[in-house]
Design a protein around this ligand. Structure first.
Ligand code: SF4
Ligand code: SF4
Length: 454
Protein backbone atom coordinates (compact mmCIF):
# COMPACT_ATOMS: atom_id res chain seq x y z
CA UNK A 1 0.00 0.00 0.00
CA UNK A 2 1.35 3.41 -0.97
CA UNK A 3 1.88 5.77 1.94
CA UNK A 4 0.50 8.93 0.36
CA UNK A 5 1.76 11.05 3.21
CA UNK A 6 5.33 10.40 1.94
CA UNK A 7 4.62 11.58 -1.59
CA UNK A 8 6.01 15.02 -2.38
CA UNK A 9 3.63 17.95 -2.52
CA UNK A 10 3.48 20.52 -5.29
CA UNK A 11 5.17 23.87 -4.94
CA UNK A 12 4.22 26.99 -6.79
CA UNK A 13 6.59 29.53 -8.30
CA UNK A 14 4.11 32.44 -8.50
CA UNK A 15 6.22 34.44 -10.96
CA UNK A 16 6.02 31.60 -13.49
CA UNK A 17 2.30 30.97 -13.07
CA UNK A 18 0.17 32.28 -15.94
CA UNK A 19 -3.09 31.79 -14.07
CA UNK A 20 -4.46 29.40 -16.68
CA UNK A 21 -6.20 27.38 -13.90
CA UNK A 22 -5.50 24.01 -15.53
CA UNK A 23 -4.15 22.79 -12.21
CA UNK A 24 -7.37 23.91 -10.53
CA UNK A 25 -9.34 21.61 -12.83
CA UNK A 26 -6.81 18.78 -12.44
CA UNK A 27 -7.04 18.57 -8.63
CA UNK A 28 -9.87 16.32 -7.45
CA UNK A 29 -9.30 17.40 -3.84
CA UNK A 30 -9.93 21.09 -4.36
CA UNK A 31 -6.45 21.96 -3.12
CA UNK A 32 -5.83 24.61 -5.75
CA UNK A 33 -8.07 27.60 -6.25
CA UNK A 34 -7.99 30.51 -8.66
CA UNK A 35 -5.94 33.38 -7.29
CA UNK A 36 -7.26 36.73 -6.15
CA UNK A 37 -4.13 38.85 -6.21
CA UNK A 38 -2.15 40.25 -9.10
CA UNK A 39 1.52 39.30 -8.98
CA UNK A 40 3.49 42.54 -9.05
CA UNK A 41 6.29 41.04 -11.17
CA UNK A 42 4.18 39.53 -13.90
CA UNK A 43 0.89 41.41 -13.80
CA UNK A 44 -0.84 38.00 -13.85
CA UNK A 45 -2.97 36.27 -11.21
CA UNK A 46 -1.31 33.08 -9.91
CA UNK A 47 -3.37 30.33 -8.31
CA UNK A 48 -3.30 29.68 -4.61
CA UNK A 49 -2.48 26.33 -2.95
CA UNK A 50 -4.18 24.85 0.15
CA UNK A 51 -2.62 21.44 0.56
CA UNK A 52 -4.31 20.06 3.70
CA UNK A 53 -6.13 17.41 1.68
CA UNK A 54 -3.36 16.92 -0.89
CA UNK A 55 -2.39 13.27 -1.45
CA UNK A 56 0.64 14.03 -3.67
CA UNK A 57 -0.92 12.52 -6.80
CA UNK A 58 0.98 15.07 -8.96
CA UNK A 59 -1.90 15.44 -11.43
CA UNK A 60 -1.68 19.22 -11.06
CA UNK A 61 2.03 19.14 -11.94
CA UNK A 62 1.28 17.10 -15.04
CA UNK A 63 -1.44 19.58 -16.03
CA UNK A 64 0.75 22.67 -15.68
CA UNK A 65 2.13 23.75 -19.07
CA UNK A 66 4.74 26.05 -17.55
CA UNK A 67 8.23 24.63 -17.02
CA UNK A 68 8.52 26.27 -13.61
CA UNK A 69 4.89 26.86 -12.61
CA UNK A 70 4.12 23.88 -10.45
CA UNK A 71 6.84 21.44 -9.43
CA UNK A 72 7.51 18.96 -6.67
CA UNK A 73 9.08 20.25 -3.48
CA UNK A 74 12.77 20.87 -3.96
CA UNK A 75 13.65 18.73 -0.93
CA UNK A 76 11.66 15.72 -2.19
CA UNK A 77 13.83 12.59 -2.62
CA UNK A 78 15.34 12.42 -6.12
CA UNK A 79 13.58 9.11 -6.83
CA UNK A 80 10.25 10.89 -6.49
CA UNK A 81 11.20 13.65 -8.88
CA UNK A 82 10.97 12.44 -12.49
CA UNK A 83 14.26 13.09 -14.30
CA UNK A 84 14.69 13.36 -18.06
CA UNK A 85 16.85 10.66 -19.59
CA UNK A 86 18.19 10.15 -23.09
CA UNK A 87 16.02 7.62 -24.87
CA UNK A 88 18.19 6.43 -27.77
CA UNK A 89 16.93 5.95 -31.33
CA UNK A 90 16.51 2.36 -32.46
CA UNK A 91 17.31 0.97 -35.92
CA UNK A 92 14.71 -1.43 -37.25
CA UNK A 93 15.56 -3.78 -40.14
CA UNK A 94 13.72 -3.33 -43.43
CA UNK A 95 12.96 -6.21 -45.80
CA UNK A 96 15.11 -6.27 -48.91
CA UNK A 97 13.25 -4.86 -51.89
CA UNK A 98 13.77 -3.95 -55.50
CA UNK A 99 15.05 -0.46 -56.33
CA UNK A 100 12.40 2.20 -56.91
CA UNK A 101 12.24 4.84 -59.60
CA UNK A 102 11.69 8.09 -57.73
CA UNK A 103 11.77 11.83 -58.21
CA UNK A 104 14.45 13.55 -56.16
CA UNK A 105 11.89 15.36 -53.98
CA UNK A 106 9.99 12.12 -53.35
CA UNK A 107 13.23 10.30 -52.51
CA UNK A 108 14.01 12.99 -49.95
CA UNK A 109 10.54 12.66 -48.37
CA UNK A 110 10.97 8.88 -48.09
CA UNK A 111 14.42 9.40 -46.60
CA UNK A 112 12.82 11.62 -43.96
CA UNK A 113 10.15 9.03 -43.13
CA UNK A 114 12.80 6.32 -42.81
CA UNK A 115 14.75 8.63 -40.49
CA UNK A 116 11.73 8.68 -38.19
CA UNK A 117 10.33 12.09 -39.18
CA UNK A 118 6.61 12.23 -38.45
CA UNK A 119 6.20 16.01 -38.33
CA UNK A 120 6.21 18.16 -41.44
CA UNK A 121 5.59 21.90 -41.61
CA UNK A 122 5.64 23.78 -44.88
CA UNK A 123 4.34 26.27 -47.36
CA UNK A 124 4.13 25.16 -50.99
CA UNK A 125 6.62 26.63 -53.43
CA UNK A 126 7.73 25.32 -56.82
CA UNK A 127 9.92 23.35 -57.48
CA UNK A 128 9.89 21.80 -54.01
CA UNK A 129 6.16 21.11 -53.61
CA UNK A 130 6.24 17.46 -54.68
CA UNK A 131 8.15 16.57 -51.50
CA UNK A 132 5.53 18.25 -49.31
CA UNK A 133 2.71 16.63 -51.32
CA UNK A 134 4.07 13.15 -50.66
CA UNK A 135 4.45 13.92 -46.96
CA UNK A 136 0.84 15.16 -46.89
CA UNK A 137 -0.28 11.86 -48.38
CA UNK A 138 1.85 9.54 -46.25
CA UNK A 139 2.11 11.15 -42.82
CA UNK A 140 -1.56 10.73 -41.81
CA UNK A 141 -1.25 7.01 -42.58
CA UNK A 142 1.80 6.80 -40.33
CA UNK A 143 0.32 8.54 -37.30
CA UNK A 144 2.25 11.63 -38.30
CA UNK A 145 1.36 15.29 -38.66
CA UNK A 146 1.40 17.45 -41.77
CA UNK A 147 0.79 21.15 -41.24
CA UNK A 148 0.53 23.58 -44.11
CA UNK A 149 1.57 26.81 -42.43
CA UNK A 150 0.39 30.28 -43.44
CA UNK A 151 3.90 31.24 -44.55
CA UNK A 152 7.53 30.23 -44.46
CA UNK A 153 7.99 32.38 -41.36
CA UNK A 154 5.31 30.34 -39.59
CA UNK A 155 6.83 27.13 -40.93
CA UNK A 156 10.25 27.68 -39.44
CA UNK A 157 8.81 28.73 -36.09
CA UNK A 158 6.68 25.57 -35.99
CA UNK A 159 9.88 23.64 -36.63
CA UNK A 160 11.49 25.52 -33.75
CA UNK A 161 8.72 24.31 -31.44
CA UNK A 162 8.66 20.74 -32.72
CA UNK A 163 12.45 20.35 -32.81
CA UNK A 164 12.57 21.90 -29.33
CA UNK A 165 10.27 19.13 -28.15
CA UNK A 166 12.97 16.70 -29.32
CA UNK A 167 10.98 15.42 -32.33
CA UNK A 168 12.44 14.99 -35.84
CA UNK A 169 10.79 17.51 -38.17
CA UNK A 170 11.39 18.95 -41.60
CA UNK A 171 10.26 21.22 -44.39
CA UNK A 172 10.66 21.46 -48.14
CA UNK A 173 11.11 24.92 -49.59
CA UNK A 174 12.69 26.81 -52.45
CA UNK A 175 14.87 29.90 -52.66
CA UNK A 176 12.42 32.81 -52.01
CA UNK A 177 10.77 30.73 -49.27
CA UNK A 178 14.15 29.85 -47.80
CA UNK A 179 15.07 33.55 -47.61
CA UNK A 180 11.96 34.13 -45.50
CA UNK A 181 12.96 31.40 -43.06
CA UNK A 182 16.33 32.79 -42.15
CA UNK A 183 15.40 34.66 -38.99
CA UNK A 184 13.84 31.46 -37.61
CA UNK A 185 16.87 29.41 -38.66
CA UNK A 186 19.03 31.78 -36.64
CA UNK A 187 16.73 31.22 -33.64
CA UNK A 188 16.97 27.46 -34.10
CA UNK A 189 20.76 27.59 -34.26
CA UNK A 190 20.91 29.93 -31.27
CA UNK A 191 18.62 27.68 -29.23
CA UNK A 192 20.34 24.51 -30.52
CA UNK A 193 17.21 23.01 -32.03
CA UNK A 194 17.46 20.22 -34.62
CA UNK A 195 15.46 20.21 -37.85
CA UNK A 196 15.98 19.48 -41.54
CA UNK A 197 15.38 22.05 -44.28
CA UNK A 198 15.39 20.80 -47.87
CA UNK A 199 15.93 23.80 -50.13
CA UNK A 200 15.24 22.96 -53.77
CA UNK A 201 17.01 26.02 -55.17
CA UNK A 202 15.60 27.97 -58.09
CA UNK A 203 16.50 30.96 -60.22
CA UNK A 204 16.92 34.36 -58.56
CA UNK A 205 17.20 37.07 -57.48
CA UNK A 206 13.71 37.99 -56.32
CA UNK A 207 10.97 35.73 -57.54
CA UNK A 208 13.28 34.82 -60.42
CA UNK A 209 11.91 31.69 -62.03
CA UNK A 210 11.41 28.01 -61.26
CA UNK A 211 14.44 26.81 -63.22
CA UNK A 212 17.37 25.11 -61.46
CA UNK A 213 19.97 27.51 -60.06
CA UNK A 214 22.46 27.07 -57.23
CA UNK A 215 21.32 30.42 -55.98
CA UNK A 216 21.43 29.86 -52.21
CA UNK A 217 24.88 28.38 -51.65
CA UNK A 218 25.98 31.74 -50.25
CA UNK A 219 22.93 31.98 -47.98
CA UNK A 220 23.23 28.43 -46.71
CA UNK A 221 26.97 28.57 -46.11
CA UNK A 222 27.36 32.16 -44.90
CA UNK A 223 24.00 33.75 -44.20
CA UNK A 224 21.77 31.66 -41.98
CA UNK A 225 20.26 34.66 -40.25
CA UNK A 226 21.91 37.09 -37.88
CA UNK A 227 24.77 36.26 -35.55
CA UNK A 228 27.46 33.63 -35.83
CA UNK A 229 25.31 30.98 -37.49
CA UNK A 230 26.40 27.84 -39.30
CA UNK A 231 24.77 24.57 -40.26
CA UNK A 232 25.94 21.53 -42.15
CA UNK A 233 24.94 21.90 -45.81
CA UNK A 234 24.59 18.64 -47.75
CA UNK A 235 24.64 18.79 -51.56
CA UNK A 236 23.12 15.72 -53.24
CA UNK A 237 23.57 15.07 -56.95
CA UNK A 238 21.20 12.14 -57.56
CA UNK A 239 17.78 10.97 -56.32
CA UNK A 240 19.63 8.25 -54.38
CA UNK A 241 21.63 10.90 -52.56
CA UNK A 242 18.44 12.89 -51.96
CA UNK A 243 17.24 9.92 -49.90
CA UNK A 244 20.57 9.05 -48.29
CA UNK A 245 21.46 12.64 -47.39
CA UNK A 246 18.02 13.35 -45.94
CA UNK A 247 18.40 10.35 -43.64
CA UNK A 248 21.89 11.50 -42.75
CA UNK A 249 20.63 15.05 -42.15
CA UNK A 250 18.33 13.91 -39.34
CA UNK A 251 21.13 12.00 -37.63
CA UNK A 252 23.44 15.02 -37.86
CA UNK A 253 20.73 17.43 -36.71
CA UNK A 254 20.31 15.49 -33.47
CA UNK A 255 23.98 14.68 -33.03
CA UNK A 256 24.89 18.37 -33.08
CA UNK A 257 21.55 19.85 -31.92
CA UNK A 258 21.54 22.11 -34.95
CA UNK A 259 19.45 22.46 -38.10
CA UNK A 260 20.85 20.77 -41.20
CA UNK A 261 20.37 22.14 -44.73
CA UNK A 262 19.99 20.08 -47.87
CA UNK A 263 20.95 22.10 -50.93
CA UNK A 264 19.19 20.57 -53.90
CA UNK A 265 18.47 22.28 -57.20
CA UNK A 266 15.23 22.51 -59.17
CA UNK A 267 16.33 19.89 -61.67
CA UNK A 268 17.32 17.43 -58.97
CA UNK A 269 13.98 17.85 -57.18
CA UNK A 270 12.13 16.86 -60.36
CA UNK A 271 14.58 14.35 -61.80
CA UNK A 272 13.70 10.66 -61.55
CA UNK A 273 16.30 8.00 -60.88
CA UNK A 274 16.89 4.57 -59.43
CA UNK A 275 16.77 4.59 -55.64
CA UNK A 276 17.62 1.67 -53.37
CA UNK A 277 16.11 1.75 -49.91
CA UNK A 278 18.45 1.30 -46.93
CA UNK A 279 18.51 -1.94 -44.93
CA UNK A 280 17.02 -0.28 -41.86
CA UNK A 281 14.85 2.58 -40.66
CA UNK A 282 14.91 4.63 -37.49
CA UNK A 283 12.51 4.70 -34.57
CA UNK A 284 13.48 8.00 -32.96
CA UNK A 285 14.28 8.26 -29.29
CA UNK A 286 13.80 11.30 -27.10
CA UNK A 287 16.70 13.42 -25.92
CA UNK A 288 16.93 14.35 -22.26
CA UNK A 289 17.18 18.05 -23.20
CA UNK A 290 13.79 18.07 -25.00
CA UNK A 291 11.05 20.42 -23.84
CA UNK A 292 8.63 17.57 -24.28
CA UNK A 293 5.83 18.69 -22.01
CA UNK A 294 5.75 15.80 -19.55
CA UNK A 295 6.70 15.84 -15.90
CA UNK A 296 10.21 14.49 -16.51
CA UNK A 297 11.10 17.18 -19.05
CA UNK A 298 9.31 20.03 -17.29
CA UNK A 299 12.47 21.61 -15.94
CA UNK A 300 13.98 21.91 -19.42
CA UNK A 301 14.10 25.26 -21.11
CA UNK A 302 15.16 26.15 -24.63
CA UNK A 303 15.69 29.69 -25.81
CA UNK A 304 18.11 31.79 -27.78
CA UNK A 305 18.19 34.83 -25.54
CA UNK A 306 21.12 35.63 -23.25
CA UNK A 307 20.66 39.15 -22.02
CA UNK A 308 23.96 39.43 -20.15
CA UNK A 309 26.71 40.17 -22.66
CA UNK A 310 29.15 37.77 -21.00
CA UNK A 311 26.56 34.98 -21.15
CA UNK A 312 25.93 35.55 -24.84
CA UNK A 313 29.63 35.61 -25.56
CA UNK A 314 30.05 32.33 -23.67
CA UNK A 315 27.16 30.84 -25.65
CA UNK A 316 28.79 32.00 -28.88
CA UNK A 317 32.04 30.37 -27.86
CA UNK A 318 30.13 27.16 -27.18
CA UNK A 319 28.59 27.36 -30.68
CA UNK A 320 31.99 28.10 -32.24
CA UNK A 321 33.40 24.97 -30.58
CA UNK A 322 30.49 23.00 -32.03
CA UNK A 323 31.11 24.41 -35.52
CA UNK A 324 34.74 23.39 -35.18
CA UNK A 325 33.69 19.83 -34.36
CA UNK A 326 31.52 19.83 -37.49
CA UNK A 327 34.39 21.16 -39.61
CA UNK A 328 36.67 18.42 -38.34
CA UNK A 329 34.24 15.51 -38.58
CA UNK A 330 31.69 16.20 -41.29
CA UNK A 331 33.56 17.11 -44.49
CA UNK A 332 32.37 14.88 -47.32
CA UNK A 333 33.39 14.71 -51.00
CA UNK A 334 33.13 12.38 -53.96
CA UNK A 335 36.20 12.09 -56.17
CA UNK A 336 36.00 10.88 -59.79
CA UNK A 337 39.21 10.13 -61.69
CA UNK A 338 41.17 12.56 -59.55
CA UNK A 339 44.23 10.36 -58.88
CA UNK A 340 46.26 11.61 -61.86
CA UNK A 341 44.21 14.72 -62.69
CA UNK A 342 46.03 17.69 -64.10
CA UNK A 343 42.84 19.75 -64.38
CA UNK A 344 40.30 19.48 -61.58
CA UNK A 345 36.65 20.26 -62.19
CA UNK A 346 34.81 21.30 -59.02
CA UNK A 347 31.03 20.99 -59.17
CA UNK A 348 28.07 19.91 -57.04
CA UNK A 349 24.36 19.10 -57.49
CA UNK A 350 23.11 18.64 -61.07
CA UNK A 351 26.02 20.53 -62.69
CA UNK A 352 28.29 17.81 -61.26
CA UNK A 353 26.53 15.32 -63.53
CA UNK A 354 27.40 17.35 -66.62
CA UNK A 355 30.91 17.84 -65.26
CA UNK A 356 31.31 14.07 -64.88
CA UNK A 357 30.38 13.60 -68.54
CA UNK A 358 32.83 16.35 -69.42
CA UNK A 359 35.64 14.57 -67.53
CA UNK A 360 35.07 11.45 -69.64
CA UNK A 361 35.02 13.47 -72.88
CA UNK A 362 38.13 15.45 -71.90
CA UNK A 363 40.03 12.27 -71.05
CA UNK A 364 39.09 10.81 -74.42
CA UNK A 365 40.57 13.97 -75.94
CA UNK A 366 43.82 13.59 -74.02
CA UNK A 367 43.26 15.99 -71.11
CA UNK A 368 43.78 14.41 -67.66
CA UNK A 369 40.68 15.84 -65.99
CA UNK A 370 39.05 14.79 -62.71
CA UNK A 371 35.91 15.77 -60.84
CA UNK A 372 35.96 16.90 -57.22
CA UNK A 373 32.38 16.95 -55.98
CA UNK A 374 31.77 18.51 -52.56
CA UNK A 375 28.94 16.64 -50.84
CA UNK A 376 29.11 19.08 -47.96
CA UNK A 377 29.26 22.72 -49.00
CA UNK A 378 29.67 23.75 -45.36
CA UNK A 379 32.01 22.51 -44.09
CA UNK A 380 33.77 22.61 -47.46
CA UNK A 381 35.72 19.33 -47.83
CA UNK A 382 39.14 20.92 -48.11
CA UNK A 383 40.79 17.95 -46.35
CA UNK A 384 40.03 15.72 -49.35
CA UNK A 385 41.07 18.46 -51.76
CA UNK A 386 44.46 19.22 -50.21
CA UNK A 387 46.38 16.13 -51.39
CA UNK A 388 45.16 16.67 -54.97
CA UNK A 389 46.66 20.14 -55.09
CA UNK A 390 50.17 18.70 -55.26
CA UNK A 391 49.55 17.50 -58.82
CA UNK A 392 46.68 19.69 -60.08
CA UNK A 393 47.68 22.68 -62.18
CA UNK A 394 44.27 24.19 -62.85
CA UNK A 395 40.85 24.19 -61.22
CA UNK A 396 37.68 24.87 -63.20
CA UNK A 397 34.59 25.50 -61.10
CA UNK A 398 31.39 24.47 -62.86
CA UNK A 399 28.23 25.95 -61.43
CA UNK A 400 24.74 27.27 -62.05
CA UNK A 401 25.26 30.51 -60.14
CA UNK A 402 27.25 33.71 -60.20
CA UNK A 403 30.24 32.11 -58.46
CA UNK A 404 28.83 31.13 -55.10
CA UNK A 405 30.51 27.70 -55.13
CA UNK A 406 33.77 29.25 -56.30
CA UNK A 407 33.66 31.68 -53.37
CA UNK A 408 33.31 28.75 -50.95
CA UNK A 409 36.23 26.98 -52.62
CA UNK A 410 38.42 30.09 -52.48
CA UNK A 411 37.56 30.71 -48.82
CA UNK A 412 38.29 27.10 -47.89
CA UNK A 413 41.65 27.16 -49.68
CA UNK A 414 42.52 30.47 -48.08
CA UNK A 415 41.61 29.32 -44.55
CA UNK A 416 43.58 26.10 -45.07
CA UNK A 417 46.53 28.08 -46.44
CA UNK A 418 46.77 25.92 -49.57
CA UNK A 419 46.28 26.21 -53.31
CA UNK A 420 48.31 29.38 -53.77
CA UNK A 421 49.42 29.70 -57.37
CA UNK A 422 46.83 27.27 -58.73
CA UNK A 423 44.82 28.91 -61.48
CA UNK A 424 41.07 28.92 -60.81
CA UNK A 425 38.72 29.42 -63.75
CA UNK A 426 35.02 28.77 -64.16
CA UNK A 427 32.12 27.76 -66.36
CA UNK A 428 28.95 29.44 -65.09
CA UNK A 429 25.34 29.71 -66.14
CA UNK A 430 22.52 31.46 -64.28
CA UNK A 431 18.81 32.19 -64.38
CA UNK A 432 17.73 28.56 -64.48
CA UNK A 433 20.20 27.53 -67.21
CA UNK A 434 22.58 24.68 -66.38
CA UNK A 435 26.08 24.47 -67.89
CA UNK A 436 26.05 21.84 -70.64
CA UNK A 437 28.67 19.14 -71.05
CA UNK A 438 29.73 20.79 -74.32
CA UNK A 439 30.24 24.18 -72.64
CA UNK A 440 32.28 22.60 -69.86
CA UNK A 441 34.50 20.70 -72.28
CA UNK A 442 35.04 23.86 -74.35
CA UNK A 443 35.71 25.91 -71.21
CA UNK A 444 38.30 23.46 -69.91
CA UNK A 445 39.99 23.13 -73.30
CA UNK A 446 40.22 26.93 -73.57
CA UNK A 447 41.69 27.15 -70.05
CA UNK A 448 44.28 24.47 -70.82
CA UNK A 449 45.20 26.18 -74.10
CA UNK A 450 45.61 29.54 -72.33
CA UNK A 451 47.92 27.95 -69.78
CA UNK A 452 49.98 26.26 -72.51
CA UNK A 453 50.45 29.53 -74.38
CA UNK A 454 51.02 31.69 -71.31
S1 SF4 B 1 -0.81 16.72 -5.92
FE1 SF4 B 1 -2.85 15.95 -6.42
S2 SF4 B 1 -4.02 16.34 -4.56
FE2 SF4 B 1 -2.19 17.55 -4.37
S3 SF4 B 1 -2.74 19.56 -5.17
FE3 SF4 B 1 -1.89 18.38 -6.89
S4 SF4 B 1 -3.65 17.43 -7.88
FE4 SF4 B 1 -4.34 18.13 -5.85
S1 SF4 C 1 -1.45 25.15 -14.38
FE1 SF4 C 1 0.49 26.15 -13.90
S2 SF4 C 1 0.39 28.11 -14.97
FE2 SF4 C 1 -1.70 27.29 -14.93
S3 SF4 C 1 -2.56 28.21 -13.08
FE3 SF4 C 1 -1.75 26.24 -12.43
S4 SF4 C 1 0.35 26.72 -11.75
FE4 SF4 C 1 -0.37 28.45 -12.90
Amino acid sequence: MVDVSKRPRPELEPEYCKGCNRCVEACAHGCIVPGQEINSLTGLVPVSLHLDDCNGCALCIDACPEPYGLRVEDDAPARLRPQPIDVPSVRLPLPEGKPLILKGAHASAIGALLAGCRHFFGYPITPSTEGAELMARLLPQLDGHFVQAVSEVATVNMMYGCGGAGLPCMTFTSSPGFSLMLEGVSYMIGAEVPGVIVNVMRGGPGLGNIGPEQSDIKLMCRGLGHGATHAIVLAPATPQEMLDFTQLAFALAFEYRNPVMIAADGYLGQMTGKVTLPPSMVRPGLPAWAVYGDAAHRGNLINSIHLAEADLEAHNRHLQAKYLRMIKAEQRADLYRCDDADVLLVACNTPARMAKGAVRALREGGIAAGLFRPQTLWPFPVKALKPLLEQVRQIVVVEASDGQLEDELRLALSHAGVGEGIEIRHVRRMGGVLPSQREIVDGVRAAVKRRATA
